[in-house]
Ligand binder design. Sequence first.
Ligand SMILES: *Cc1c(COP(=O)(O)O)cnc(C)c1O
Length: 236
Amino acid sequence: MSRRDEIAQNLAVVDARISRACEAAGRAREEVRLIVVTKTFPASDIVLLHELGVTDIGENRHPEAEHKRSELGPAGDSLTWHFVGGLQSNKAAAIAAYADTVHSLDRAKVVDALSRGAVRAERVVDCLVQVNLEGRADDPYGRAGADPADVEALATRVEDSDGLRLRGVMAVAPLATDPAPAFTVLGEIAGDLARAHPAATLISAGMSGDLEAAVQAGATHVRIGRSVLGDRPAVG
Ligand SMILES: *Cc1c(COP(=O)(O)O)cnc(C)c1O
């Protein structure tokens, strides 16, 4: 089977999973957007995804994301680029030059750095505050996010920063437990945030293993890697 056919087949399966989850949750399919997380996979896969109708691409490491974005050139302009990985304050400004949405704002220092980069690049970057749903020291995705008690202050800082637009929250479910209670908590945090900040309506939650629970809890964006692109080499 060609790589294109393999990805097309996987996309159909994931799309059906999202549709079923929406149905089960009594939500419209259009309420949930698929972000395909392409980390570790080549830019050629992003071209195939684009041809197959995917509009949203997620990356989690700065040099790799920047490289693939420039490899695609103008062809990448019609895609929406999501940065979903841990942010380092010394890289955040550079990320603002190509990311349309940054999902992982978890402390003031990276908010300030991203804002400086956005202003310098004359861009406006959509921002999600990453919420830590459980103190997890074993988080393989880098920083685990802001403490729920700090979300409102961080969100206000984003809203007050030039070049940044507050759009909502993001979380990674705790490992090895039922994700549903954690996603329910995220939904409550998102509801509180949206009441205070009406533009902050996005909830980025759900990965290959737990998208159904995330959709049930109100996710507007699911971030799917393996189920579309296959297994990644183990992270060191
Ligand atoms: C890799 C990654 C994903 C996708 O995970 P899969 O299990 O491959 O679907 C989602 N969110 C973040 C933050 C990631 O780093």
